[in-house]
Write a protein that binds this ligand. Structure first.
Ligand code: NAP
Ligand code: GCO
Length: 262
């Protein structure tokens, strides 16, 4: 078997959460290109319809479902429906996420809890629902979409950093607890990527725009396509002995002190 066949996702069912657009859509599209059957959910029917149209335009036959990843009952129903209508899930990408950029002293406990609920409880809930099927099948791949904030802090993102730091450790714990069932759980830590979530930071006049370029050796914002190869690798047989790892796809941010001001 040629080495490239190790990267094939042919015959695999992949669930990507929150994948109507953005990073999730790009990763799902890349996995489809590698042969996977794509299933995605989003928070409401309008978003699912938007996603279905986008996948169709990309020539991808996807299955879309409305499901709030923080709602355990909805997630249990979602997984049962997918197993009945599509097949047992081989690959799970916990992508759905939110961010609130509020100074900590101005953030309410309810706002903090909301971010933790989606970005950390959500991946726990969905992983818990999907792992039994993976155990029965004798294999599984879980990819948690972490962040630079799994390693670094910055002003106004206390809840997000706490959630993404926790998600790094949840990744390691799932790897530890279920590795013996041939389930690999890894993370992808995107750098600063051009999506709707970072749009407020990318306006030409926003100081953060120039700042992040000075902090990135690649001297550019990331694109969602930059994440596709790493995601396909972590979803494929090629990474069967990679477990509990967070692969940072950040253009080198975490390795770099930053360009000195000219
Ligand atoms: P995005 O554009 O905001 O997309 C996130 C998706 O998740 C949206 O479709 C969103 O729906 C959905 N979602 C939110 N809450 C949900 C819930 N409770 N249940 C189901 N779906 C839900 O974000 P993105 O930039 O593509 O980021 C995707 C993931 O990558 C997130 O986990 C994010 O934290 C992470 N990340 C992003 C970057 C970046 O620079 N963009 C970098 C590192 C990590 P709505 O449209 O209703 O919000
Ligand atoms: C922010 C950004 C980041 C990115 C990403 C970086 O406000 O700092 O939104 O958090 O979304 O998580 O990896």
């Amino acid at each position: 078997m040629g080495i490239l066949e190790n990267f094939s996702l042919q015959g695999k069912v992949a669930l990507v959460t929150g994948a109507s657009y953005g990073i999730g859509f790009a990763i799902a599209s890349g996995m489809a290109d590698a042969g996977a059957t794509i299933v995605f959910n989003d928070i409401n029917q309008d978003l699912v319809d938007k996603g279905m149209a986008a996948y169709k335009e990309a020539g991808i036959k996807a299955y879309g479902y409305v499901c709030d990843v923080t709602n355990e009952e909805q997630v249990t129903e979602l997984v049962a429906k997918i197993e009945k209508e599509v097949g047992v899930i081989d690959i799970l990408v916990n992508n759905a996420g939110i961010i609130k950029r509020i100074p900590m002293l101005e953030m309410t406990a309810a706002q903090f809890r909301q971010v933790i609920d989606v970005d950390l409880n959500g991946p726990f809930i969905v992983s818990k629902a999907v792992i039994p099927g993976m155990i029965k099948k004798g294999h599984g791949k879980i990819i948690n979409i972490c962040s630079m904030m799994s390693e670094l802090g910055r002003e106004t993102v206390s809840a997000y950093a706490a959630a993404k730091g926790g998600l790094k450790m949840l990744t390691r714990n799932i790897a530890s607890e279920y590795g013996e069932y041939n389930i690999q759980c890894n993370g992808i830590g995107p750098g600063y990527i051009e999506t709707p979530q970072t749009a407020p930071l990318r306006t030409p006049e926003h100081p953060f725009n120039k700042f992040i370029i000075s902090k990135t050796p690649a001297a550019r914002w990331g694109k969602t396509d930059d994440l596709v190869g790493p995601a396909v690798f972590l979803a494929s047989d090629a990474s069967d002995f990679v477990n509990g790892h967070v692969l940072y796809v950040d253009g080198g941010i975490l390795a770099y002190i930053g360009k000195q001001p000219q």
